[in-house]
Design a protein around this ligand. Sequence first.
Ligand SMILES: CC(C)(COP(=O)(O)OP(=O)(O)OC[C@H]1O[C@@H](n2cnc3c(N)ncnc32)[C@H](O)[C@@H]1OP(=O)(O)O)[C@@H](O)C(=O)NCCC(=O)NCCS
Length: 166
Amino acid sequence: MIGNDIIDLAKAKKESNWQRKGFLDKLFTEDEQKLILNSEDSEQMVWNLWSRKEAAYKIYNRQTGERFFNPKCFVCEAGEVDFGTYKYFTQTQITSDFIYTIAVTSRDGFETIQHLESRDAVQKQNGIPYWFDIVEGKLHPASITHHGRFARIAYLESTEKQFSFL
Ligand SMILES: CC(C)(COP(=O)(O)OP(=O)(O)OC[C@H]1O[C@@H](n2cnc3c(N)ncnc32)[C@H](O)[C@@H]1OP(=O)(O)O)[C@@H](O)C(=O)NCCC(=O)NCCS
């Protein structure tokens, strides 16, 4: 399973004031808030943690079909995000322009991630994207994210165990 999330830092700065009263408390656990406030770059840490929660949420949505807003229940730990007994592994790329997270359900998944330039061969089932590999005639779980100036379409090359969720 795969989920991804990108944040355009300039757009986030313009549109969201993370220092506004109640903002952190609505989205982050107490430990996450401490991590943010003790960080050398608090703003970057806010969007780092948020992109990880969103990427993990996309997998959870794919696994269960549920959609809801409860970001404090997605708990960021080192290299992973936990939601109850569900565990998602995350890798986050941080640049001065954007923060990009990919989440997978097993560490091996990171090795089989590919990115697409175009969404032409992407189709959705129940709102969830899949990439159709025309050569193999197979659907691969995909994840789309766009924010401001940036977009990424990622898919899992390996489809082992994936079809049980189709
Ligand atoms: C899925 C969701 C979190 C993404 O919102 P976002 O970060 O604002 O926007 P992104 O661009 O990163 O993601 C949107 C894309 O995700 C894709 N997507 C939707 N569900 C997906 C899933 N389960 N897995 C992978 N991709 C998914 C869609 O293709 C969509 O792009 P498109 O409509 O252009 O095709 C949002 O649509 C949603 O459901 N929000 C309500 C719940 C919420 O915010 N929860 C936060 C954690 S509890």
